[in-house]
Ligand binder design. Structure first.
Ligand SMILES: NC(=O)c1ccc[n+]([C@@H]2O[C@H](COP(=O)([O-])OP(=O)(O)OC[C@H]3O[C@@H](n4cnc5c(N)ncnc54)[C@H](O)[C@@H]3O)[C@@H](O)[C@H]2O)c1
Length: 334
């Protein structure tokens, strides 16, 4: 039985605790600066609260880092130097410089570093990806992601959370858009340059952005658009790919819901509408199970896999290019 520790006992840690139980991974301890939070999760997992990772790192195969992104490096160092693989939440860090430190540490210690891009493991996105990769819609010309939600509010509306506080704030372009950047990368590969506008709606938290429009030029010649809002009073999601021989759109009724897939190729007299049941319920979404299963497989194979720290660092650089483009009103090459 493989062993891990959960570090950061907030909302997302419960998703991983559930997944790890299903995968028969033993949770040997929970660490959190908030001892009440640590106790609550430890009780839910039937394990103990641990004060310092160094106390148990030697007995673990891996750790799960579920803290806010600015508090990962010290834990990762302790874990990796003890030979543990590290699974961490997205975004891997707030700055590319910190992301690079994490990648370097994993390579120096010969351990796997994986970042939780869970939405790419969802059935709806996997079907979109399959269609694009099969060549059914021909060569990709245009990709778009349009997702809105949170009904005018979001985690950033709570003043006392890390999402909003100076020093730990990163905003939607870095935090949540990382999923969308990862999905575009899965569909089309690397981004060549970005041109973007970014806005936040909280006057007292200027670093917290919650609206992004970004134009992407892909290295393979295709073009792309990312449109995302965390402050919309209506909810929707559409992720589509226009190819030379067909078009496919994955649609949903909330920002990460995949309710239907529409496909029409040059050979089809009418579009095909495929009903999906891939609605995103945070607490029960199977994507966390799939992401953790992939992490275990990568460990067994001794491979970094496609959700590696190195890949996550590239997505983080795209988030920063989006922010820099918005600041300078210029296109930023990558
Ligand atoms: N993949 C997804 O679908 C998804 C969804 C939500 C959140 N996330 C990511 O998960 C991470 C955490 O988000 P959350 O929503 O669970 O936040 P949260 O605020 O609910 O939980 C964070 C926890 O970390 C603890 N913490 C803070 N500093 C710490 C430190 N130095 N050491 C140990 N514990 C510390 C806090 O006390 C809190 O319990 C973020 O990176 C976020 O982007 C991912």
């Amino acid at each position: 039985m493989k062993k891990t520790a959960l570090i950061g006992a907030g909302a997302i840690a419960y998703c991983h605790a559930r997944a790890l139980k299903q995968l028969d991974v033993e949770i040997c301890g929970v660490i959190d600066v908030n001892t009440d939070s640590a106790r609550k999760l430890a009780d839910a997992c039937g394990t103990r609260v641990v004060s310092h990772l160094a106390e148990i790192a030697g007995e673990l195969d891996m750790v799960h880092l579920c803290t806010p992104p600015s508090f990962r490096i010290d834990y990762a160092r302790t874990a990796m130097e003890a030979g543990c693989h590290v699974f961490m939440e997205k975004p891997m860090a707030i700055t590319p410089a910190d992301g690079q430190i994490l990648v370097n540490m994993a390579e120096a210690n010969g351990v796997r570093l994986m970042v939780d891009f869970n939405h790419r493991f969802r059935a709806g996105f996997q079907e979109l990806l399959r269609i694009v990769q099969s060549g059914e819609i021909g060569e990709v010309v245009n990709v778009f992601i349009n997702r809105m939600g949170m009904l005018g509010g979001n985690a950033g509306t709570q003043h006392d959370t890390w999402r909003r506080k100076a020093g730990t704030v990163c905003g939607m372009s870095i935090e949540s858009l990382s999923h969308d950047i990862d999905m575009v990368w899965q569909l089309l590969g690397p981004v060549a340059s970005v041109r973007a506008d970014v806005r936040g709606t909280f006057a007292d938290a200027p670093a917290f952005d919650n609206n992004v429009n970004a134009l992407l030029s892909m290295r393979n010649g295709a073009m792309g658009v990312l449109h995302a809002s965390w402050s919309s009073h209506l909810k929707m999601s559409a992720r589509g790919v226009v190819g030379t021989r067909g078009t496919v759109i994955l649609e949903g009724d909330d920002l990460f819901d995949f309710n239907r897939l529409r496909l029409r190729t040059a050979d089809m007299p009418h579009e095909h509408l495929i009903r999906l049941d891939d609605v995103y319920h945070f607490a029960t979404c199977p994507s966390y199970l799939n992401a953790n299963r992939y992490f275990l497989e990568c460990q067994d194979k001794g491979e970094d896999g496609s959700a590696s720290g190195r890949h996550a660092l590239e997505t983080l650089k795209i988030s920063h290019a989006i922010l820099e483009s918005a600041r300078t009103q210029t296109a930023i090459p990558l």
